[in-house]
Write a protein that binds this ligand. Sequence first.
Ligand SMILES: [Fe+2]
Length: 322
Amino acid sequence: MSKEAFIQFYQAIFKTEELKEKIRAMTSTQELIKLGSQYGYGFTREDIAEASNSYVPDSGQEVGANNSQAVASKNSEADLSPNGSQFYHYEFEFSEIPGFEEIDRDLDSLKIKPSTVDLNLYEKSFREDDFNFASLSPASPEFQQHYSDIMEPCFNPKIPLPEPEYTQRHFHLINLDLHVEHPLYEDYLSDKVRLVKRLENFFDAEIRFSGSLWYPPKAYRVWHTNENQPGWRMYLIDFDTAELGGEGESFFRYMNPETKELVTLPERPKLVRFFKIEQEPSKLFWHCIVNATKFNRWSFGFEVPDTWMSRIFSSRKRTAEI
Ligand SMILES: [Fe+2]
């Protein structure tokens, strides 16, 4: 176990196409450590931290899983509507995008429930007040106090962050990429790699996973901005049912950064959603997610290029012409 082993592994990544592909499909340090050990490089989370502080790679990229430079740049072609006002989200059904049929099929094998997740502990960690926090606007005067209470273990280094992740107040859901010690993981990883390749073919650009999330019934992700990972994001969303019916709802809610209006997007199975994460304080994209249905919800996030919209529309146009 050593910092040097991690640096050697990191250098090996840039020389090996197979490794690069796997890294683009990974989002957690746990996955990186497991991959390193499979290739004969033993290192720990501490070794990665130490190496990140002391090593400046030739490529200019940061060290670590999900080490992308933001794919998007400013002035995206997808930013402006014809009348100049800004759209903050775009949604499609899988069936509306020609070429997404295979992507839809690929998603089925990613909708896993790792056996290492303790669902009793998950249920015990539920808090009604945090579940209801989604109804409070980030622009409201009461917001900051509640937000600071929830986030304290994340912001205060003296308070230990509860483990596993689904016991943390701001994150009442399962991050699939943190669970690498269960029998389905290897197949899950190769399925993620296959999906990234397919998306790269579709968008004709490099694509990276940004998150692989399982929202069991009553899961929630409280208000956040993701400001440390700016750029366009695509989420593929599905449930373990073809119809949600009327019992409870699942939604994505965001605050329009200009008007401060809350926008609620009710969800249904097989949804593709795009939105853009900004870093500038006045443009922060506050958003939260609640699954109040009795079904399991999965969402798989990707960093996509600014050109995503022209690829979607050219694919639709091509089909219309046939
Ligand atoms: Fe988010």
